[in-house]
Design a protein around this ligand. Structure first.
Ligand code: TGC
Ligand code: FAD
Length: 389
């Protein structure tokens, strides 16, 4: 009897996709297979992102693809999720680029910006001509951004920003930064061109996860921006947290792609490689591992698809996203580790994807709300008691 081939989808969930969603899935999958996968290992080793692919990603309409107007594709929430899944089948760093640009930088302008800001920035960002980064985390404030140190002081028609942001995806290559800062009036968000005097960005080196993604830090030393660069409708910590909801949604789908790549790699390897005179896939222990991996992937697919339905129905709540982000990242890490071990010594080589995904997923577990923070969000939903502080 022939075994399962290709991408696992035991419950035929992709059959529910509409024509446009299927077309987006196939286009992104072809791009990842033909243009990204051939170069990812060398970039991962070098600690670089293949920046020459950014215009193609823009042409495919993937930046801010779930937003309407201003040059954005206006695709469905599920289509955005499926695109994230296919991108992260390539590498979490590739999905990160699209998450940060679309959900963390374009979304706040689209949701909280003025018409002038939207017209000025969104078309260029959708095309990949203007790259953004999102500065919320600081050296001393990660899980608790509401207590951040960065300050914005109003001075007539302008604002003076001081502070430091660390662990910022794309800092160092970005043209603009979305900067969150506390002011006497409350939490505020600003669009800061990275060539503004007093703005200085550095790359973080020695990072052993998400290596095919640029991560950095930036400093704001008396950076002056005009009032017209403030996001007028962002008036509390709820504004940056709502951007996180957008990006976390994409991660819940994305990590299904990373897990799938690991599963396929282990399955194909074990079917081919004989030990003790038979293919490794023929041993019962291997098959139980495949069963556990496929079950974990299927559970994650189900959560992701339901999340898409809730988002499209306008019924999604942050706690739904927390459950799916937390569950699906943990499931993907477990699958990646299992796949890594099933490849034996070859599993520690960049020639095969599992170790790269396994290392990447450690960042994905931490960023966009750690596993513990999402657990506490669920704990609050269950008990009604916030246990963060
Ligand atoms: P809390 O009192 O719970 O809430 C304050 C206000 O915000 C609202 N809110 C949200 N709104 C939309 N989406 C969400 N996810 C929201 N969470 C909360 C809330 O309803 C409330 O509104 P209102 O009107 O009642 O005032 O706030 P808190 O300060 O106690 O924070 C709670 C906590 C711990 C959950 C929050 O701080 C948190 O999520 N911390 C984790 C920080 C985090 O995830 N940082 C991510 C940085 S960006 C990043 O990692 C990018 S990685 C990019 C990549 O490469 O992909
Ligand atoms: P901490 O908050 O110090 O947490 C350390 C540990 O303590 C964690 O295990 C955490 O779960 C636990 N902990 C914290 N609070 C509690 C509590 N109340 N109860 C129990 N346990 C708790 N940020 C951005 O703003 N923009 C970006 O683009 C961005 N990109 C990133 C890219 C990468 C590769 C990485 C690794 C991070 C990135 N981040 C970004 C930062 C990321 O969001 C933070 O690292 C994350 O929010 C956690 O903050 P922290 O690292 O300060 O950890």
């Amino acid at each position: 009897m022939a075994g399962m081939e290709g991408t696992p989808d035991l419950f035929a969930l992709d059959a529910r996709l509409g024509d446009e969603e299927t077309m987006i899935r196939d286009t992104v999958r072809r791009f990842v297979d033909s243009e990204f996968l051939p170069v990812v290992a060398e970039h991962f080793e070098a600690g670089t992102f293949p920046e020459e692919l950014i215009p193609t990603i823009g042409e495919m309409g993937l930046f801010g693809m779930h937003l309407e107007g201003y040059g954005c594709a206006g695709a469905s929430a599920t289509a955005y999720g499926i695109a994230c899944r296919e991108l992260e089948r390539g590498d979490s760093g590739l999905r990160s680029l699209v998450s940060v640009q679309g959900s963390l930088c374009m979304f706040p302008i689209w949701r909280y910006g003025s018409t002038e800001q939207k017209e000025r920035y969104l078309p260029g960002m959708a095309a990949g001509e203007i790259i953004g980064c999102f500065g919320l985390t600081e050296p001393d404030h990660g899980s608790d951004p509401a207590n951040m140190s960065t300050r914005a002081v109003r001075r007539g028609d302008e604002w003076v920003l001081n502070g430091a942001k660390r662990w910022i995806t794309n800092a160092g290559i970005a043209d603009i930064a979305i900067v969150w800062a506390r002011s006497e009036e409350g939490m505020r968000g600003f669009i800061v061109p990275t060539d503004t005097p007093g703005f200085e960005a550095h790359r973080i080196h020695g990072k052993l996860s998400l290596r095919a993604s640029v991560t950095g830090e930036f400093y704001l030393d008396d950076v002056v921006v005009p009032e017209e660069n403030r996001l007028p409708d962002a008036l509390s910590i709820g504004a940056p947290l709502s951007c996180l909801s957008e990006a976390r949604y994409g991660i819940a789908f994305g990590v299904v792609g990373a897990a799938t790549a690991c599963f396929e790699s282990a399955r194909d390897y074990m079917l081919e490689r004989p030990q003790f005179g038979r293919p490794l896939a023929s041993f019962q222990i291997s098959q139980i591992k495949f069963a556990d991996m496929l079950t974990a992937i299927t559970n994650s697919q189900l959560q992701a698809f339901r999340l898409g339905e809730l988002k499209e129905a306008g019924e999604i709540r942050p706690v739904h996203i927390s459950m799916a982000k937390r569950h699906n990242v943990r499931a993907a890490i477990d699958v990646a580790r299992m796949a890594r071990a099933m490849l034996g010594a070859n599993g520690v080589s960049l020639e095969y994807p599992p170790i790269r995904h396994m290392a990447n997923l450690e960042s994905v577990l931490t960023y966009e709300g750690t596993e513990e923070i999402h657990g506490l969000i669920l704990g609050q939903e269950i008990t009604g008691i916030p246990a963060f502080r």
